[in-house]
Unconditional design. Structure first.
Length: 594
């Protein structure tokens, strides 16, 4: 546990240092301006005390004027430094928050699917948004409310020692007592805040689950159960929040008590020292002002200190993401993946060479000894029962997963020897769950090729059998809701297929992309694809035999192994697993084929 706490501290400070380092000049400027603010602020009571002493003693007009002018200059310097330092600190905090969000977001894109799932979607959203906001706000509050404390204490105590050593020692003891109380509060609250951030993750995940699954919850009458689960999560967070509030309420009470004690001590001891001739009467006002400023900044610091442990826990969680080593990474010296200058039908585009894949937490291979080629101008179909690893084949082609044995070649080069971006630029992919982004239809289609013209977009839509777009009042400018929720499942699939067709790629991968289409649309789409992709390699992962029966090569998977490979007719004679699939889809003795 102690080692974990030490790592958390080191990780949080390391991340903060990395974020602030690019803006070090702003940090230095803010500190200099803050110093000017504090010095100017503390010089005012010093000059006021001198002015009172002159007024009570000599009543020298010239000396009174000089002290008054000095007070005015100190006020201008202090006020100017305050405004300027807060402005610079605000910009610094904003830049740090921005860089933190960008760093976490970029790292989330670099993580593989398994790496990302280890953190969880809800947790990653919290770390990118909520945690970054906490760090940004705490950094600003710390600069405005905590950083002035040590400077104010040191300068005020030095000035108090200059007036009278006894009074200086008294302020030093009170200051040390307050710092000790604050340090204990921070040490006690840090693990509580760390636990609270975990509860924030749970609340985020639960809320997302309930909001997205509202219809299912209502359909099965599980409102009370879900309300109870949410209440349990909220109660855990509230319990820890109450513990923290009680802790810092004690700190606040201690601060108020010490403020009153300091005021009494300054008046009592000051009067005694004046009576003994050790100091002048005007100095009491300066000492009282020093004490009140110290206590004031101590109180202000309490509000910021409440957030410091939470910010440190957020930085620790951020460090966990930034320190994560992606299981799929680009090579240090990547090769260039280049398409042939004169591509011909029959050329090999991709090849699985005795390739196997095993998840990190699995005891056995998910896919074992895959050995087949994907050729240009041909359709390669992947079939198999549910859970046989069909979609994993597509993810290996895109290098969402790396092979754990054997090799996977793309255009003659091992995919592990090229960058992920280079590899994926040669592949057009239609995922199993068609996902569209908020925006317009045109913006979604141009994810395939940002430079595509409207004519190319319309052509891709026509090939994808998305004629319904022609009937929409705004056509390509029609708005798309997040996830494409304002379109039906079949419409989303056709738009996702059109998005892939916009890209000019060497390999097109359709991962169960026809499941939401009726048989007539399925047949029309496959017929259109035959002409459109006559010179490209195509991989179709499907459940329907009618979708793949005309493929040049059908690879049948069973328990992660290739149990059959060939054409439809060949497999009907040689592969019992494929034959069982066909018979399960037979109606009236004939395979459903439109």
């Amino acid at each position: 546990m102690a080692a974990q706490r030490d790592y958390s501290k080191r990780a949080s400070w390391r991340v903060l240092t990395q974020l602030v380092r690019p803006h070090w000049h702003m940090a230095v400027a803010a500190c200099v301006l803050l110093l000017a603010d504090i010095v100017g602020m503390l010089l005012i009571p010093t000059q006021l005390a001198a002015l009172v002493n002159v007024a009570v003693g000599t009543r020298n007009t010239a000396e009174l004027t000089s002290h008054g002018v000095a007070m005015l200059v100190a006020a201008v310097v202090g006020s100017g430094g305050c405004v300027a330092s807060y402005y610079v600190a605000s910009r610094l905090a904003a830049y740090v928050g921005r860089d933190l969000r960008v760093a976490v977001y970029k790292k989330s894109l670099a993580l593989s699917g398994a790496d990302f799932n280890a953190f969880g979607t809800g947790s990653m959203i919290t770390r990118t948004l909520s945690d970054a906001n906490v760090v940004q706000q705490t950094l600003l509050m710390t600069f405005m409310m905590v950083f002035p404390v040590p400077v104010t204490c040191v300068v005020a105590i030095v000035l108090a020692y200059g007036i009278d050593p006894v009074m200086g020692r008294m302020l030093l003891l009170i200051t040390m007592a307050m710092l000790a109380i604050s340090a204990v509060a921070v040490a006690k609250s840090t693990p509580i805040f760390m636990a609270m951030q975990g509860f924030v993750d749970r609340m985020n995940s639960r809320l997302r689950e309930v909001v997205t699954g509202t219809r299912v919850i209502r359909a099965f009458g599980k409102e009370e159960r879900e309300r109870g689960r949410l209440d349990e999560t909220f109660e855990d967070y509230a319990t820890n929040a109450i513990r923290v509030n009680i802790l810092f309420s004690v700190v606040d009470c201690s601060t108020f008590f010490l403020m009153n004690v300091v005021e009494v001590l300054v008046m009592w001891m000051g009067a005694d020292r004046v009576g003994a001739g050790a100091m002048q009467i005007g100095s009491i006002s300066a000492l009282l002002e020093y004490a009140m400023l110290i206590m004031f900044f101590m109180m202000m610091a309490q509000f910021a200190i409440i957030q410091v442990p939470r910010a440190l826990s957020c930085l620790t969680r951020t460090a966990a993401v930034l320190d994560a080593v992606p299981s799929v990474a680009d090579p240090p010296e990547p090769k260039r993946l280049a398409a042939p200058a004169d591509p011909r039908p029959g050329d090999e585009v991709a090849r699985f060479s005795h390739a196997s894949f095993r998840f990190a937490d699995a005891d056995e291979d998910t896919l074992h000894d895959l050995n087949f080629s994907i050729r240009r101008g041909e359709v390669t179909a992947i079939m198999g029962n549910t859970g046989s690893g069909k979609s994993t084949v597509a993810k290996m082609l895109l290098r969402f997963h790396d092979v754990t044995a054997g090799s996977l070649l793309m255009l003659g080069t091992d995919v592990c020897e090229v960058t992920q971006q280079d590899l994926r630029s040669h592949i057009a992919y239609v995922p199993q769950q068609a996902w569209l982004f908020s925006g317009t239809i045109a913006e979604n289609l141009r994810d395939g090729d940002p430079s595509a013209t409207d004519e190319e977009l319309w052509h891709a839509l026509d090939v994808a059998q998305a004629s319904f777009v022609h009937e929409l009042p705004d056509g390509l400018s029609t708005r798309v809701a997040q996830g494409g929720s304002n379109f039906s499942g079949g419409q989303r699939q056709r738009l996702a297929i059109a998005r892939a067709l916009v890209r000019h790629a060497d390999l097109y991968v359709f991962d169960d992309s026809f499941s939401a289409l009726d048989y007539k649309t399925d047949a029309a789409l496959r017929h259109a694809l035959e002409g459109e992709l006559a010179n490209q390699a195509v991989v179709i992962i499907a459940q329907r035999v009618s979708t793949v029966r005309h493929a040049a090569q059908i690879v049948v998977l069973g328990d992660g192994c290739v149990v059959g490979r060939g054409t439809h007719d060949q497999l009907m004679e040689t592969c019992p697993a494929y034959k069982d699939i066909v018979e399960s889809q037979t109606r009236g003795g004939a395979t459903a084929d439109e």
